[in-house]
Ligand binder design. Structure first.
Ligand SMILES: NC(=O)c1ccc[n+]([C@@H]2O[C@H](COP(=O)([O-])OP(=O)(O)OC[C@H]3O[C@@H](n4cnc5c(N)ncnc54)[C@H](OP(=O)(O)O)[C@@H]3O)[C@@H](O)[C@H]2O)c1
Length: 235
């Protein structure tokens, strides 16, 4: 029987690549998106690649009401959901150094990347637990890189990584039939970074395929932080 996955932010970028390659590997895919037009465009592209798209869910991660509504809709329409890929995210202002970052930018980035992601995960945990499911977060390392450290973004992702670690520990302690782990896809050419394409960057197809292989590897990854590509040290 096909398994069902919800990928947030699946209308473009890495989320689209993950949805595509999970779909090609036999998953029923639910697209998380913020508006109908972008969702339908993604669904039409995926369907033309032969992928079974079960539908789309409107999720605005900066709005708790939208998240609650999305979770209710998933419960009603997709009771067999067994995988949540928390992929949707925003970069925040990457053009300024830490001390010049506006408070409103920090708040907004944390609201989407951490609070919204936490709220959606929390709302879907009862369903995912019933289905012995998994949660996969798409993220960056918590360690501060000397080369690149936009404050709002790294703070929001560090909080998201803490959520993953805490939940994994509690799932184990409470013997919940549920798994959570995080994946750093590495630099990927997307709108998030202005479609940067430097040496070491990958495209969304390559990353989506590798993510799907990892998710389908049949292994347990509870609490792991997985680097999809080895980190190359800069001189
Ligand atoms: N690109 C990289 O190099 C890289 C590296 C490491 C980790 N990541 C992570 O990978 C994930 C995907 O990023 P990407 O590079 O693929 O970026 P992207 O192309 O900009 O895609 C981001 C996705 O998130 C959605 N989104 C943004 N704000 C949202 C909100 N408030 N509520 C719901 N959905 C929202 C976007 O929807 P709209 O189309 O409606 O805006 C879009 O579908 C992010 O979590 C990012 O931090 C990226």
């Amino acid at each position: 029987m096909k398994k069902t996955v919800l990928v947030t932010g699946a209308n473009k970028g890495i989320g689209f690549g993950i949805a595509k390659h999970l779909g090609l590997n036999g998953w029923n895919v639910i697209i998380g998106a913020r508006n109908q037009e972008r969702a339908e465009k993604a669904i039409s592209e995926l369907s033309s690649s032969g992928i079974c798209v079960s539908g789309w869910i409107n999720i605005e991660l900066s709005n708790l009401e939208s998240i609650g509504q999305a979770a209710r809709e998933v419960n009603d329409k997709f009771p067999d959901l067994s995988l949540l890929v928390n992929n949707a995210g925003i970069p925040g202002d990457m053009s300024v150094d830490g001390l010049h970052t506006e408070i409103c930018d920090i708040k907004q980035t944390i609201e989407v990347n951490f609070i919204g992601t936490f709220a959606l995960t929390k709302a879907l945990i009862p369903l995912l637990t019933r289905n012995t499911g998994r949660i996969v977060n798409v993220t960056v390392p918590s360690e501060i890189s000397p080369y690149w450290h936009p404050l709002g973004y790294v703070a929001s992702k560090a909080a998201q990584n803490a959520m993953m670690g805490v939940m994994a520990m509690e799932f184990q302690q409470q013997e919940k039939p549920l798994e959570i782990f995080s994946v750093h896809p590495g630099p990927t050419t997307t709108d998030l970074n202005g479609n940067m394409c430097l040496p070491g960057f990958h495209d969304i197809d390559t990353v989506g395929q590798k993510m799907a292989e990892l998710i389908n590897d049949g292994k347990t990854h509870q609490g792991e932080f997985i680097e999809l590509y080895p980190i190359v040290k800069e001189d």
